[in-house]
Design a protein around this ligand. Structure first.
Ligand code: PDD
Length: 288
């Protein structure tokens, strides 16, 4: 039994599908020992993966960053994702993919002989934010960003993110907004956006944030809906005085942030830029 997981969910591990409570990896897997691996989280609506090409491109970039040889071709990844969706209990789900460098004696440097990467895949249930959650928005606190300097890699080494999210949990809020040297970076598992004087702002795509798949998507939606967009460094004061703050991720889609450090953001209600982008987001999902 795995707490919180239905025991009969089917997962993929190194070429085979098994029950989640029967899938086993080696204690010397470098993902387990060092967090030496990468992952992807792909939202699926009515059986169709959303922004799949972009997720696959990011998976390739992460593997390249860690110099892990890609264990599958693009076609094989797509095949695997479709098979996971087919076996999923619900047609709307989230596909989780993970690749680690593989199994070897414990030694920090890369193995000197060729090893086979470990490939894991599963689906989990996905309920997109309801009308009520969209109205209620999310509450956040600001904290210093204490993570490493390669946040652009979607690595499974997530201790900094885990500790950040735990601070949110202990503060009784939904997420954190992290700041490095006085500038906004991102959440523990999401990207943040600020609306100031009608303009949508996001931090630059550099090594200090993970470029969410919704980063490029929101930029596209802003263009489509005539919302001016700029990627630049955003100060803590700009965040505190923002007209609107938005959050995006595969599972949050786009939601308004309605409380920051216990204070209302804007007038405490979802704002007009959120409404525009949200409608455009919904239209793209409906057109899938
Ligand atoms: N997290 N930044 C970080 C640190 C993230 O972990 C995520 C996603 C994002 C948003 O990326 P995307 O739009 O591709 O979901 C930004 C996923 C959902 C997770 O770890 O579960």
């Amino acid at each position: 039994m795995i707490p919180g997981m239905p025991g009969d969910s089917q997962v993929y591990l190194n070429g085979e599908f098994t029950r989640v409570d029967e899938a086993k990896i080696s204690v010397l897997d470098r993902g387990f020992i060092f967090g030496d691996g990468i992952y992807e989280v792909v939202p699926v609506y009515h059986g169709k993966p959303f922004r799949m090409t972009e997720h696959m491109n990011r998976l390739d970039r992460s593997l390249q960053a860690l110099r892990i040889p890609s264990p599958k071709s693009r076609e094989q990844w797509l095949e695997l994702v479709n098979e996971l969706i087919r076996r999923s209990a619900t047609p709307s789900c989230v596909v989780y993919l993970q690749v680690t460098r593989g199994v070897y004696k414990r030694e920090h440097a890369f193995p000197t002989t060729e090893i086979t990467p470990t490939v894991f895949g599963m689906t989990t249930e996905f309920t997109p934010p309801t009308a009520e959650q969209r109205e209620r928005g999310i509450r956040v606190i600001s904290i210093p960003d204490e993570r490493w300097l390669h946040c652009e890699i979607k690595s499974v080494s997530l201790l900094g993110n885990v500790l950040a999210r735990q601070q949110a949990a202990e503060a009784g809020v939904d997420e954190v907004i992290q700041f490095r040297d006085g500038f906004m970076t991102e959440g523990s598992s999401s990207n943040f956006w600020v609306v100031s004087a009608g303009k949508l702002l996001a931090p630059p795509k550099d090594n200090l944030i993970l470029e969410g798949i919704r980063y490029g998507f929101m930029a596209e939606l802003a263009e489509e809906t005539g919302v001016p967009f700029e990627a630049r460094r955003i100060t803590q004061d700009e965040v505190a005085s923002a007209d609107e703050i938005l959050v995006t991720s595969a599972t949050k889609e786009v939601l308004p942030v309605l409380q920051l450090n216990g204070k209302a953001v804007g007038n405490g209600r979802p704002g007009p830029v959120y409404a525009k982008l949200r409608a455009a987001y919904d239209a793209r999902i409906a057109a899938l």
